[in-house]
Design a protein around this ligand. Sequence first.
Ligand code: MTE
Length: 325
Amino acid sequence: MLIKKTDPIKSSEITDQKVYFNRRLFLRGAALAASTAVTGLLYRQLTTPSDETPAAVEKIANVQSPAQTATTATSEPLTPRADITNYNNFYEFSTSKTSVAGRARNFNARPWTISVEGLANKPRTFDLDDLLRIAPPEERIYRLRCVEGWSMVIPWIGFSLHKLLEQVEPLSSAKYVAFQTLLDPRRMPNQKSNVLEWPYVEGLRMDEALHPLTILATGLYGETLPPQNGAPLRLVVPWKYGFKSIKSIVKISLVADEPPATWNIAAPSEYGFYSNVNPAVPHPRWSQARERRIGEWGTRPTLPFNGYADEVAHLYQGMNLKTYF
Ligand code: MTE
C-alpha cells in the first residue's frame, strides 16, 4: 500500500488555516441557517415498497439533517489540503497517485454540462453554473475511507444529490442511478490506455442516491474543486469506499436495473456493487479492519459504514452484507 509522505505543493498555494477556519465558521452558519429539510416526499415515493409500514416511513423521513451531520464530524482534525490534492486516484490522468495533480493541472472544467436522463418525467441537460443556482453548495465535512486502507477528513463543498434528481422528477420505475465520467482522451490522456474500461462508470441504488448524506461535490477547503479531485463535479458517498466517488461527471441516468461500476467490471471478486465500508469483510488480498489516517502515525480501527451507521445502516436491513459487499 502506498502512503504519501512528501508534500510537493508550494506552501503559498495552501489555504491558510486561519483564513479557512474563519470562512468555515461563516459557511457553517449559512448552512445551519438555510433550510435543511430533506425532501421527504420524493424520498418516500421512490424508496418505499408498497407494503412498507408507517413506522419505517417515519424512520426514513427522520434521517439526520445534512447540517447537523457536517458539524458532528468537525471534532476530527481535517486532513491538510496539500495531502487531499496531491495523493489522488484518477486513472484518466495517471495510475500514480502522486502524478495525477501535475498531469491534470491544465484540465479545463468550464463550460460543463450534466445530462440527467432515463426514467424521469423531465429529463434535462443542466449547465453546471445554472445547477449551482438551483442547488447552492454548502460545506460537508466527511471522512473518506479508501479501499486501499488510508483515510482522510475532507471539508467538501457540495449539495445533496437529491436536489438535482428532484429537478427531473424520477419515475417510480427508476430503482438505480448510473453515473458516467467524461470520455475525452484529448483532455484525459490516460483514457488512451486500456488500464480500465472507459468511460469510468458508477452506480447507486435509488435510496442511497436520495439519502441526504450523498452529495455532488464542487469544491473543497472553501475553494473550487481542483482537477485532480474530480472537477468540476464528483460524487461523494461517505459510508462507501472512495472508489464509488466518481469524478468529472457528465451523465446521470435513472435506470431500472443495477448499473455497471468500473471497479466491479475490472475485478468483480474484489469490488462489489455496494462497497460499503465494512471492517468485517476483508478485501481478498488484505484486511479492511484498520485504516491509516493520512498525516497520522499508526493505524486506527475502521468503523462500520465508515462511522455513519446511525444514518445509513437502516438502508441495508435484512441484507447479508458479506454477500452484498
Ligand atoms: N473517478 C474517476 N473518473 N476515475 C478514477 O480513477 N478513482 C476512484 C474515485 N473516483 C477514480 C474516480 C478512487 S479509486 C478513489 S479512492 C477516489 O476517486 C479518490 O478520490 P481523491 O483523489 O479525491 O482522493
